[in-house]
Design a binder for this molecule. Sequence first.
Ligand SMILES: Nc1ncnc2c1ncn2[C@@H]1O[C@H](COP(=O)(O)OP(=O)(O)O)[C@@H](O)[C@H]1O
Ligand SMILES: [Mg+2]
Length: 258
Amino acid sequence: MREEAIEREIEAVLGLTKRRERDSELYKITNEVFDRTTKETIAYLHRKGKIEELYGTISTGKEANVFAGVDSAGNKIVVKIYRTYTTEFRRIWEYLAADPRIGYLPKDMRRLTFVWTRREFKNLQRAIKYAVRVPDPIIFRNNVLVMEFIGDEVPAPRLKDVERMLEKRDFEELYDFTIGVIERLWRRGDMVHGDLSEYNILLHDGPVVIDWSQATVKRNRMSVELLKRDLKNVITYFGRKGVDVDDLNEKLRELLER
Ligand SMILES: Nc1ncnc2c1ncn2[C@@H]1O[C@H](COP(=O)(O)OP(=O)(O)O)[C@@H](O)[C@H]1O
Ligand SMILES: [Mg+2]
C-alpha cells in the first residue's frame, strides 16, 4: 500500500477526519509505537470493516497495546496489537519453540509476533470449545488481534480491580469457577492457560478468562510446569482471600493421574 493511503486509513481509524485533535494519546501511540507493518495491517482491517474506529486505550502492557473500538456494523470490539519490537523476544521465542503446534519459527521479532498473535487467536477458539467463557475471537492479521469487547459502556473490571468489594462467598464461587476452568481445559481440552490470575479474569455477568497468549497444549514439554504455575497462583490468591483451597500438590497429582 502507498504511504499516503495508509496514513489516510489510519486517520479515519483514529477519528481524525472527524475531530482533528492531533495531540490525543491514541494519536501519539499510533505514531510513536506502531511501525509501518502495523499501520498497514490496521489500514487493511479498516478497509475490510473489521476496525471502523479505535477510540481509547485500555491497556499498555509489556508486549501489547489493547484498544477499545467499533467495527463497521457498530459493534464494540477490542483490538490487541503486539509491538513488533520488544525486549520479550527471548521469552516469546522459548514459549513458541516448546509448542508442538508451531512448525517453522521466524528469526526476527516482527514475524515472531505474527506467530504469537495467531497462536492466541487459535487458543481462544480452542478454549471456547471446552466451555470456557472468553472474548469471541473475530479476526487476526499479522500482529493485530480483534476480539469481542467484554463490558458495557466501559471495559469490564478485572478481578484484581474489584476484589475489595467482594465477600468471602464471592471468592468461594470464583475459586470453584477458576479451578473448574483449569480442570476442564486440562482434561477435556488437553490445554493449559499458563497465565491464569486475578489480572486475567474479567467480571461481567460472571467471570470471563482473557489473555490467552501463553496458553498451550498438553503435548508441550512445558505444559506441566504451566499447569503447576496456574494452580499455584490461583490457590495462593484465593487462599489469601480466606477460601478453603485445595492442596497444590494433591490437586496437581489428581490432574496428572489421568
Ligand atoms: N476482550 C476484552 N474486553 C475488555 N477488556 C479487555 C479485553 N481484553 C483485554 N482487556 C483489557 O486489557 C488488559 C490487557 O489485556 P491482556 O490480554 O491481559 O494483555 P497483556 O498481555 O498486556 O496482559 C486486560 O487486563 C483487560 O483489562
Ligand atoms: Mg493480561
